[in-house]
Write a protein of this length. Structure first.
Length: 78
C-alpha cells in the first residue's frame, strides 16, 4: 500500500503487511538515514506493536512526524 503522509517532509510511505506483520516499509523523501532505521526496526513486528511505539511522536513544533504518519498508515491498513 502507498500512503501519502501529511505535515512531514516525506512524500510517500510504501508498506507491505502480511497477516498483520510488517514485511517492508520504504519512505520517499524525509531524513533518509533515520527513516531507513525506523523501517528496518519495525520489519517483522506486529502492526499493532509498531503503532503503539510510533503513534504520537512529534517532530519539532509539528503535531506529527514521519513515525507518527507511519503509525497512521498502519492503522488504516488493519
Amino acid at each position: 500500500m502507498r500512503y501519502q503522509p501529511k505535515g512531514v517532509c516525506s512524500t510517500s510511505i510504501d508498506i507491505e503487511l502480511e497477516d498483520g506483520v510488517v514485511k517492508s516499509v520504504a519512505f520517499t523523501g524525509g531524513c533518509n538515514g533515520n527513516l531507513q532505521g525506523i523501517s528496518r526496526l519495525i520489519e517483522g513486528m506486529k502492526a499493532e506493536d509498531a503503532i503503539s511505539r510510533l503513534k504520537g511522536i512529534r517532530c519539532g513544533f509539528k503535531n506529527t512526524s514521519c513515525p507518527d504518519q507511519l503509525a497512521q498508515a498502519l492503522e488504516s491498513m488493519i
